[in-house]
Design a protein around this ligand. Structure first.
Ligand code: CP
Length: 312
């Protein structure tokens, strides 16, 4: 494929190949080895129309470690402020002949639209509530390394599912890899139609967490809530916030995950989030660099092959 826009079109074999490549980079990163020839001569532009700490910095590091020329567009200072459309911005950047375009946008579908207008490879760094494919892949790599496999696991995804692109990409990926998925949260934050996704749905944490191998917590994404019922943070923490007592319903070796940014004392107890015996939150961040290296490596291989096949 030319682009990485979502998990939806990926097959099991594509996911496994990408994770194997990412595993290789994770080990190389731990040894402090770079591979600056992999993207040498290629230009990567990061366009973030929405705030990011982890995704933007890890895409930047990933590109640098593989030898790309990396540019971060300062979107706040761009001509979007003067009324330029997303597509005109994309066409302008496309004329500068980038090879890899990494895009985050608040609107679902905006990155797919942009990808249809440019000649380079586009990587979706999160679009609205639609998809966040590299997050699901880094979560998958973290799970595979912690559990030794990525199939036949019982995985609980808890909290604000309705507004979460992370949940959507994870449900797609973990479902393709034949895991048992449970969604736990207030009924108002579970999307209508979720019962057709091949998942089990619970509103009670104790019930939903029974025997889980993996517990994935999500933030209340208030920026995407438009006036629907939101419980108070205090009530939310009481019923759906993960603490040691609720985690005791999961398997004794269950791992705790969170994509970040995290609101301590709202969806997760701060002490539990920092407990290195249970929480793999920092490993998720580490795997984010490796997964983004792998994704750009594989797309660059496809891009080079596509260009080589074109008549001069
Ligand atoms: N998990 C995630 O996408 O984090 P950022 O918003 O900080 O990139």
């Amino acid at each position: 494929a030319r682009h990485l826009l979502g998990i939806e079109p990926l097959r099991q074999a594509d996911i496994t190949a990408l994770l194997d490549r990412a595993d290789h980079y994770a080990e190389a990163n731990r040894r402090g080895e770079a591979a600056r020839d992999v993207l040498a001569g290629l230009t990567q532009i990061n366009m973030f129309f929405e705030a990011s700490t982890r995704t933007q910095s890890s895409f930047e590091l990933a590109g640098q470690r593989l030898g790309a020329d990396v540019m971060n567009m300062a979107m706040q200072a761009s001509s979007l402020k003067k009324g330029e459309t997303l597509i005109d911005t994309a066409l302008t950047l496309n004329a500068m002949r980038p090879d890899l375009l990494v895009v985050r946008h608040p609107n679902s579908g905006a990155v797919d639209l942009l990808a249809q207008k440019v000649q380079c490879a586009v990587l979706n760094a999160g679009d609205g509530r639609h998809e966040h494919p590299t997050q699901a892949l880094l979560d998958a790599l973290t799970i595979r390394r912690a559990k030794g496999r990525l199939h036949r696991l019982s995985i609980a995804i808890c909290g604000d599912i309705a507004h979460s692109r992370v949940a959507r990409s994870n449900i797609l990926l973990l479902g393709k890899m034949e895991n048992r998925i449970r969604l736990i949260g207030p009924r108002t934050l579970i999307p209508s139609g979720a019962d057709r996704w091949g998942v089990e749905i619970f509103d009670d944490m104790a019930e939903g967490l029974q025997g889980a191998d993996v517990v994935m917590m999500l933030r209340l994404q208030k920026e995407r809530m438009d006036g629907g019922f939101i419980p108070s943070e205090r009530e939310y923490y009481h019923r759906w916030g993960l603490d040691a007592a609720k985690l005791a319903h999961a398997k004794p070796d269950a791992i705790v995950m969170h994509p970040g940014p995290m609101n301590r004392g709202v969806e997760i107890d701060g002490t539990l989030a920092d407990d290195i015996n249970r929480s793999v939150i920092q490993t998720q961040v580490e795997m984010g660099v490796a997964v983004r290296m792998a994704a750009m490596d594989l797309l660059a291989q496809n891009l080079r092959a596509e260009r080589a096949a074109q008549p001069a």
